[in-house]
Ligand binder design. Sequence first.
Ligand SMILES: NC(=O)c1ccc[n+]([C@@H]2O[C@H](COP(=O)([O-])OP(=O)(O)OC[C@H]3O[C@@H](n4cnc5c(N)ncnc54)[C@H](O)[C@@H]3O)[C@@H](O)[C@H]2O)c1
Length: 352
Amino acid sequence: MKKKIKIGIIGVGSISNVHIQSYQKIDSVEIAAFCDINEKQLKHMMDKYHVKNGYTSVEEMLDQEELDAVSVCTWNSGHAECSIAALNHGVNVLCEKPMAMNAEEALRMKQAAEKNGKLLMVGLVRRFGDDIQILRDLNQNKFFGDIYYVKSKYLRRSGSPGGWFSDKKRSGGGPLIDLGVHILDMMNYLLDCEEPVSVYGYTFDQIGDQVQIKKNAGYVSSTASSNIYDVEDFAGAVIRFSNNKIAVLETSYNLFIEHDSEGLELYGSEGGAKIDDGITLTNNVCDYMANNRLLIDSKFDFHKAFLKEIQHYINCITDKTECNANADDGIRNMKILDAVYQSAKVGHEVII
Ligand SMILES: NC(=O)c1ccc[n+]([C@@H]2O[C@H](COP(=O)([O-])OP(=O)(O)OC[C@H]3O[C@@H](n4cnc5c(N)ncnc54)[C@H](O)[C@@H]3O)[C@@H](O)[C@H]2O)c1
């Protein structure tokens, strides 16, 4: 019988559930150990998933267990440290988004992967969504001609996940680094990962945390809140790429919008597209302006996309499939995010 791939999970909070449940669906995989600095959370997750081996120290887990691969699902401030530790133990890494707190940390992670000859995949899960896969397919089939402008939004009216997410020391920033990285990466992916050359960015912290607001629960961190909210409420950016293509983004935790909204629009020389709760294509048909609604369910499905991401990670390890969310993709995102925060601070465009 073929040996199973032994997996360790580092940071067993909210999102780790989706990693664990995806690994459980793959026959060639065995979840061998959990690690979390919070002993209570560690015990809770070991009981929930019947995992016998638990550690509160990453180094100890890596020394004791013969792991093939890990998922790093800690706070953002733990991503570089835990990923580098695993890579230095000869273990493959799937690190959650954002890749790190900044581009400098992300580069050190890539160096550790290269030095040890191991895979470092970044959890850019939106690449695995049906909506983006369909637009990539249309692009490869030249529907859009040359795509030159993409804009995307990920706006919450009142939606910080709490816990460490609003504590800059552990998160690196607010909605921009948390939600913005998703839409930034989607746009990078659709623009074929061109190199960014300059960024004009802005952030606002006019509202602050709204813990008193009565609302339906959204995504929440499993970490207890610390009353620290020192991140931005709202951020936006205009990003120019080497071939003059432009990406524009807007993202918020707190903003007085009518309702939460997500979406993406792209424009090319031959046609365009809009993602809302489906996909609309725009072009000219026999010199008539036409809008076409695709008759396929393309709405982003969180669990389906995660399963595809985790299956891809395992395929990269076992079959040497080329990784489609690699360290360079993560670093490109981090360089842009660093530049948005820098531009917001200095009040003008920043050259990357
Ligand atoms: N891809 C997505 O759509 C998506 C969605 C949500 C969260 N995330 C990312 O997943 C990561 C975790 O988010 P979450 O919502 O699960 O947070 P969480 O607070 O629920 O869980 C994080 C866990 O990591 C543990 N931890 C922190 N530092 C550690 C360390 N050095 N070693 C071991 N354990 C450590 C904490 O004790 C906590 O239990 C973040 O980077 C976040 O951006 C991604």
